[in-house]
Write a protein that binds this ligand. Structure first.
Ligand SMILES: [Zn+2]
Length: 333
């Protein structure tokens, strides 16, 4: 049984310009590392790749740490704390921020939400911005938009869940991008290159992580929903993803790791990745990995699913990870 943990922002929130960002504090991150090293064997990414290929067997209570989005937090906060504990992990940056020094829509939304205290006000504002696009683009009526964006989220309030769904998925890509940029410029910053510089790792920092034994994985070009891209666009996305990895490690990537942006992929994505020599695919499906028979579709836990203190009692997920695996058993939910 393998437990894969997914991280995004890890920062001393109270001492940043955006204390409302939904992230893990440095203190809690350290506590979680204490918990994980006490109850799990934290594996190196190359051990997991070797196990996928049948070259080795993972130890009991195996665990793998994964950090999505190429955030600078991962260089300044995460990396030194992993390095001092002798832990190697997987870091998956998207290509566009590194190459174009711009902020991804997915992150614009987070910083807008962290800057506006009343999400209801943002809902109204987004809906009125949607109306402004209506003459140029065919869009669902407001009630249908509400229905498409409504429903419980895992960690967010209904208003925030609605905003994220609308701006990450429901609206057409061009409209989403326009609205995200308008809100970001109004509430956060008009200077995208400087903000990107603060937010993301650059190529030299990624190379440094790789030199210290960290695995650099793919996370797509522009953080798009891969399943919604046309086959040729998916191929191009994966080509760009691999060329960033090549720029980081200095050779053509082989047996590499892919983390699907938003957890989105299709059967076609899996075929393309297989062809491209990708060995491990990280999804956002919540669960443990009972075996490595579908290595391109591995489930993960969110950091919020596990305790953040070395002396915390064993969590449900930790207990489940220790139960014997029955053949064909369903994933615990
Ligand atoms: Zn991501």
């Amino acid at each position: 049984m393998l437990t894969i943990v997914m991280y995004h922002y890890v920062r001393d929130l109270a001492r940043t310009r955006f204390p409302e960002i939904r992230g893990l504090s440095t203190h809690r991150f350290e506590g979680q590392l204490d918990y994980l090293t006490k109850h799990y064997t934290v594996c190196r990414p190359d051990e997991v790749v070797a196990a996928v290929q049948g070259d080795t067997v993972l130890p009991p209570n195996a665990c793998l740490l994964t950090f999505d989005d190429g955030l600078k937090d991962h260089y300044t906060t995460v990396f030194p704390r992993l390095e001092e504990r002798g832990i190697a992990a997987v870091f998956c940056p998207a290509v566009r921020p590194v190459q174009e020094h711009t902020v991804l829509d997915v992150h614009m939304i987070h910083f807008v939400l962290a800057s506006v205290h009343d999400p209801r006000r943002l809902v109204d504002e987004v809906l009125s911005l949607v109306e402004a696009h209506r003459s140029a683009v065919a869009l669902p009526d407001p009630l249908t938009l509400y229905r498409m964006g409504a429903g419980p989220g895992r960690f967010d309030s209904p208003d925030v869940t609605f905003l994220k769904r609308l701006l990450q998925r429901v609206l057409p890509p061009r409209v989403r991008a326009d609205i995200c940029r308008a809100l970001f410029q109004r509430y956060v910053s008009a200077d995208l290159p400087s903000f990107a510089e603060e937010l993301y790792m650059d190529l030299a920092q990624l190379r440094c992580l790789a030199r210290y034994g960290m695995a650099i994985g793919g996370h797509g070009y522009g953080h798009d929903w891969l399943e919604s891209l046309a086959p040729a666009e998916q191929r191009e996305d994966i080509r760009q993803t691999m060329s960033l990895l090549e720029a980081v490690i200095g050779r053509r990537p082989t047996n590499w790791i892919m983390s699907y942006p938003y957890g989105s992929y299709s059967k076609h994505t899996l075929d393309l990745l297989q062809e491209a020599g990708c060995a491990v695919g990280l999804t956002t499906r919540v669960g443990l990995v009972p075996d490595l028979s579908s290595p391109l579709e591995l489930a993960r836990l969110d950091t919020n699913d596990l305790p953040c203190a070395g002396d915390a009692p064993l969590s449900e997920w930790t207990k489940r990870g220790r139960e014997p695996v029955e053949a064909g058993a369903a994933q615990p939910r």
